[in-house]
Design a protein around this ligand. Structure first.
Ligand code: DGL
Length: 278
């Protein structure tokens, strides 16, 4: 089991921000990643839909023999983390508690902004986690439903993306937050633009670094660190366009990657649950 890969899932390429950090902090570990780009975004789906889609992917990863599951998607973490922990025998880690922890460590004035998908913001998972630690925290949150689409399409340049980023962050103008949680794993790819709008005094927090620290901690605690000395093997599955996924993945990870197409639908009746939206 120790030499088995870590399974990482996201609704699309956003989870690669977590993979990059796992590679940096845990370079000997092998990874099986699944990015559900075909059915992305999850963020404007109902909790039932998010649950159905996420469990299909996690079941697939477990069937690959992974030793741990990382839900590198805030939206899925918000909806299914507790249930996933009951469902599987392997440890399951999410990205919300690590992100909240990093924000608490970073803020000086206890005023924190949160941006995420509509489903993540509706779940109030971040505010609940932050307030569990610090009751008097001032929190301003805002869903940014246009960001995931920009990232999935690779539209990250100032000319096209900056006006959209700027409009979406309107709610934060005039607030004196000193820390902003990027509560969606896609958003770190827009970090330069988000920072440009919010200014240099607002610190941006991505869950990736702290999540990789959590993974490292768990692997040690559970005696699950990989022992083999040969190079780790990584496999990237996508339900979307393989070429596009590989191109964007290689740009972000700055390494060639082996990407494969895989569809997790098991039967027609499951598919009908999502109707036209799938
Ligand atoms: N990357 C995901 C997250 O962290 C979800 C994006 C989406 O599919 O809406 O929330």
């Amino acid at each position: 089991m120790r030499n088995a890969p870590i399974g990482v899932m996201d609704s699309g390429i956003g989870g690669l921000t977590v993979v990059k950090e796992i590679w940096r902090q845990l370079p000997r570990e092998s990874i099986v990643f699944y990015g559900d780009s075909q059915r992305c975004p999850y963020g404007d789906r109902t909790p039932d839909e998010i649950r159905l889609l996420s469990f299909q992917i996690l079941d697939f990863l477990v069937a690959q023999g992974v030793k741990m599951l990382v839900i590198a998607c805030n939206t899925a973490t918000a909806i299914i983390l507790d249930e996933a922990r009951r469902r599987y025998d392997v440890p399951v880690l999410g990205v919300i508690a690590p992100g909240a922890r990093a924000a608490i460590a970073a803020t000086n004035n206890q005023k924190i902004g949160i941006i995420g998908t509509q489903a993540t913001i509706n779940s109030k998972s971040y505010s609940k986690t932050l307030r569990q630690t610090h009751h008097g925290m001032k929190i301003v949150s805002q869903a940014c439903p246009k960001f995931v689409d920009l990232v999935e399409r690779g539209v990250l340049d100032e000319v096209k993306a900056l006006p959209i980023v700027s409009d979406s962050l309107e709610a934060f103008r005039g607030t004196d937050i000193d820390t902003m949680i990027l509560g969606c794993t896609h958003y770190p790819l827009l970090a330069p633009l988000i920072s440009k709008v919010l200014g240099p005094d607002v610190r941006l927090i991505s869950s990736a670094e702290e999540t990789a620290r959590d993974i490292s901690h768990w692997l040690t605690e559970e005696h699950l660190n990989r022992l083999e000395l040969d190079d780790p093997r990584h496999v990237f599955y996508t339900s979307g366009d393989v070429k596009r996924f590989a191109q964007m993945g290689e740009t972000w990870l700055q390494q060639p990657i082996q990407a494969k197409y895989h569809d997790v639908w098991e039967n027609e009746s499951e598919m009908q649950i999502l109707g036209d939206r799938s």
